[in-house]
Write a protein that binds this ligand. Structure first.
Ligand code: PEP
Ligand code: MG
Length: 887
């Protein structure tokens, strides 16, 4: 019989941390904590397989489930010394979701389940506190009605507000037990009038209602969006955790809190967290009351006058610190903990590897390796390469003038500038129009994530470091300032004001998520550099990676950036970009408009010195590192004017008849320019162009070798080869020029002549091409385009629909299509190496900077990847991780 339910509690558990897929993260870790003998309220986990069954069978459960749940409930009761539904020995439970991957706040939770008109009196007697019992019951009605019965919680907020107004109270805590009793009656009447039936009194009916709601919440629109943004497969499903309730709201010796074993923002090795006295679980995260610091050190730092847990409950605090240390050592990673203190007794409700900023991730990984907790290779594998992007974004220039509007908490680092918007939908609309925005909210909720995603940064006026805005922004790597308390937001007027100044929608502000400052206007930013823990991890990564990392760089600025990020050469210099400058485009156009070879050569001779100067600079910057220069690739019409206005202007500047220019432009028009007269086809039809470029390269190499004194190794690359004979022809031209130039200069330069493999024909014919080609660089942009027959320039209009319909999981222009394009790369590599064993193989399509594609390149045994300069650190790390995994 299938086991659908796994119990835990009393120092034992049927599951383990490694059962994450089956029990979800929360359930697996509750089981693990319980086996470690830590104080975990007893409970059980209904597996993710039940979720799968539920959706595959018209939202029904496996037949054996009910009996298994009953048995597990009995066991929970036995451990707790109570019995579910029994007013004499009252057992209340919580029902929570918990998938394989954490999806904070996306799914539903019900607390205090099992309360009804009878058991609430038992709870009152049990706790010797009627107010507490009634308050718990009304919270339960509110939560259950919202989550299970679909009744908006505002219905209840309204009743509360009315009663408060009527009685002249300011806060909920002023309600007496009698007040609560009356409110409960109003709540229940409201449920009955809205839904046409009374609030369910049968605890078992309540339980199954909650279980069903949690499974159903897997498909709610929030959860679906979150999964799409985080690439979490729908098929994973969620588990449901049912657990004996413990109460953090049983008076002043009770509390509830969250903690990280190290600071999730900076990585500092110090317990970090917040708690609320006399509060229930969700109150801390909700950001409604301002929480207190756990440690005295943190309290002093924030300047709060509310006591820390360390001061308030020293014994429980000491137990908690020990527990936190034990969990961190056990999991060998920073943990994110949830706990409740019920009348002076500590209960652990959750542990999991904590989300952290990239800066914190780097520090924690480096520290843990230095502490001997993990190895250096593990430290390297702990960092998500894509997340490095966070550190590769600008920060505010320290010398910049700061016109401060307000200050809040530094909830997620980095700086961002944009126009103010107040709603997530507006953020999305503006983003679609290409306008950067800062999303300003009182606080955020899971409904806002699409807007948070679209915004450059997020600013909230309420909530702490663990508020929804803070947690989600950190996960997204977006700058966030949370809890900027002096700001008043008026959604209706579309304004925010702080300290006497008012800003409206569309006004530009800058937020600094590293300091918590909110600044008026656009502020100068500073480009990122590699330093501290970042460079340590990079060094450790370099020690384990096998593949080289080069950059795609066409300009001296690109080349310098690439080097500062550790590129080991240039893997692709697209020479066409060098012809668009104002002083060159004219000569280029003259060349294109020429009718005879002689005229063409004349125009080319004007371009030669400029092109040579470009290459000298690149060779000098790369100081002895390999530089791959590709011959002209795009179709020539790209260099010609397009509109009538431009044609007239260019004709005047070139002193030619506009009609002739128009005619020539029309002659060059192609229906499929990407499949047209481009790549090596240009060199074949106009050899003088390739000759000029080859001459510029050789002359520059000779010159740079002389000035730098370092060897210069140009790698000359022929684009868009499909047939070996194309390559043979172009190679012969280049070699002839090389011989001439080197003889003229009296220089000896080692050079290689190779080709891009970017057409299926080239991959298949790689063996033949390799007889002549000395290296291959896989151009996976064109290879993807030509393998799929999908235009790289037009794919955007339908690829998203393909993704939504599940036809393609990922955009193949972003992450390599392993089965199709990847197979061609593999064939190209194998056939190439079969002919030329030690042949250098690289990749220079966009995939060279994508971690998943880099892992594929490692598998195929490429020698290097080449990517845009800002992705070089990402590629270094991804290459290291790929090497570790391959071992
Ligand atoms: C490629 O096709 O992958 C490539 C790198 O060349 P380009 O993007 O310039 O066509
Ligand atoms: Mg290409």
């Amino acid at each position: 019989m299938t086991k659908w339910v796994y119990s835990f509690g009393d120092g034992q558990a049927e599951g383990r941390a490694s059962d994450r897929n089956l029990l979800g993260g929360k359930g697996a870790n509750l089981a693990e904590m319980s086996s470690l003998g830590l104080p975990v309220p007893p409970g059980f986990t209904i597996t993710t397989d039940v979720c799968t069954h539920y959706y595959a069978n018209g939202r029904t459960y496996p037949p054996e489930l009910e009996a298994q749940v009953e048995k597990a409930l009995e066991e929970v009761g036995r451990i707790a010394g109570r019995r579910f539904g029994d007013p004499e020995r009252l057992l209340l439970v919580s029902v929570r979701s918990g998938g394989r991957a954490s999806m904070p706040g996306m799914m539903d939770t019900v607390l205090n389940l099992g309360l009804n008109d009878a058991t609430v009196e038992a709870l009152a007697a049990d706790a010797d506190d009627a107010r507490f019992a009634y308050d718990s019951y009304r919270r339960f009605i509110q939560m259950y009605s919202d989550v299970v019965l679909g009744l908006d919680h505002e219905v209840f907020e309204e009743i509360l507000a009315d009663e408060k107004g009527r009685l002249g109270y300011d806060v909920d805590t002023e309600f007496s037990a009698d007040d609560w009793r009356r409110i409960l009656r109003l709540y229940k009447e409201r449920v009955e009038s809205e839904l046409g039936e009374p609030f369910p009194q049968d605890p078992r009916k309540q339980l199954w209602g909650a279980i069903g709601a949690v499974f159903s919440s897997w498909m709610n629109p929030r959860a679906v969006t979150y999964r799409r943004l985080h690439d979490i497969p729908e098929s994973w499903g969620t588990a449901v955790n049912v657990q004996a309730m413990v109460f953090g709201n049983m008076g002043e010796t009770s509390a509830t809190g969250v903690a990280f074993t190290r600071n999730p923002s900076t990585g500092e090795k110090a317990l970090y967290g917040e708690f609320l006295v006399n509060a229930q679980g969700e109150d801390v995260v909700a950001g409604i009351r301002t929480p207190q610091s756990l440690t005295e050190a943190a309290r002093l730092e924030t300047g709060s006058d509310k006591p820390s847990l360390e001061k308030l409950m020293p014994e429980v605090f000491a137990t908690f610190v020990k527990t936190a240390e034990r969990l961190e050592a056990h999991y060998r990673d920073m943990q994110d903990l949830e706990f409740t203190i019920e009348r002076g007794k500590l209960w652990m409700l959750q542990t999991r590897s904590g989300k952290r900023t990239t800066a914190a991730a780097l520090k924690i990984a480096v520290d843990m390796a230095n502490e001997g907790l993990i190895s250096r290779a593990e430290a390297v594998c702990r960092i998500d390469p894509a997340a490095l992007d966070q550190l590769l974004h600008p920060t505010i220039d320290p010398d910049a003038q700061r016109d401060m509007i307000a200050a809040g908490l530094p909830a997620s680092p980095g700086a961002a500038t944009g126009e103010i918007v107040f709603s997530p939908d507006e953020a999305e609309e503006m983003k679609a129009r290409g306008i950067p925005v800062i999303l300003v909210r009182v606080e955020t909720s899971p409904e806002d994530i699409h807007g948070m995603h679209a915004a450059e940064g997020i600013l909230t006026t309420r909530g702490g470091m663990t508020s929804h805005a803070a947690v989600v922004a950190r996960g997204m790597g977006k700058p966030c300032v949370a809890g900027a308390g002096t700001i008043r937001v008026d959604y209706r007027a579309g304004t925010m004001s702080s300290l006497g100044r008012t800003f409206g929608k569309g006004d530009v502000i800058t937020i600094d998520g590293s300091t918590g400052q909110v600044l008026a206007g656009k502020v100068p930013m500073r480009q990122p550099t590699l330093s501290g823990n970042f460079s340590t991890i990079m060094e450790w990564a370099d020690a384990v990676r096998r593949m080289g990392v080069r950059a795609n760089a066409d300009t001296p600025t690109d080349a310098r950036t690439a080097r500062s990020f550790g590129a080991e050469g240039i893997g692709l210099c697209r020479t066409e970009h060098m012809f668009f400058d104002d002083d060159r485009i004219l000569a280029m156009r003259e060349m294109i408009l020429s009718d005879t070879e002689e005229e063409r050569r004349r125009a080319l001779s004007k371009l030669l010195p400029m092109q040579r100067a470009d290459f000298i600079e690149l060779f000098e910057i790369m100081a002895g590192l390999p530089v791959t220069i590709r011959l002209l690739d795009p179709p020539l019409h790209e260099f010609l004017p397009k509109t009538e206005e431009e044609i007239a202007e260019v004709a005047a500047a070139m002193d030619v008849d506009p009609d002739r220019l128009r005619q020539r432009t029309e002659t060059l028009h192609e229906f499929n320019p990407m499949l047209g007269h481009r790549g090596c086809r240009l060199a074949i039809c106009y050899p003088e162009m390739a000759e000029m470029q080859a001459r510029a390269i050789f002359e520059a190499a000779a010159e740079a070798a002389r000035t730098t004194g370092a060897p210069v190794v140009p790698e000359i690359m022929v684009p868009l080869v499909g047939i070996a004979a194309e390559f043979t022809l172009v190679k012969a031209m280049i070699e002839k020029v090389g011989k001439e130039v080197l003889a003229e200069a009296g220089a000896e330069i080692d050079y290689l002549i190779g080709t891009m493999i970017e057409l299926p024909r080239a991959a298949l014919g790689a063996g033949e091409i390799a007889r002549e080609a000395e290296f291959f660089s896989f151009g996976t942009n064109d290879l993807t385009q030509t393998t799929f027959g999908i235009s790289r320039d037009d794919a955007g209009s339908f690829l998203e629909i393909y993704r939504q319909k599940g036809i393609l999981e990922q955009d193949p222009f972003v992450s390599i299509d392993v089965e199709g394009v990847g197979a061609l790369v593999r064939i190209g590599a194998e056939r190439g190496r079969a002919v030329r064993e030690a042949m250098k193989l690289g990749i220079c399509g966009e995939h060279g900077g994508d971690p998943a594609s880099i892992a594929f390149c490692e598998e195929v045994g490429l020698d290097y990847v080449s990517c845009s300069p800002f992705r070089v650190p990402i590629a270094r790390l991804a290459a290291a991780q790929a090497a570790c995994r391959g071992e």
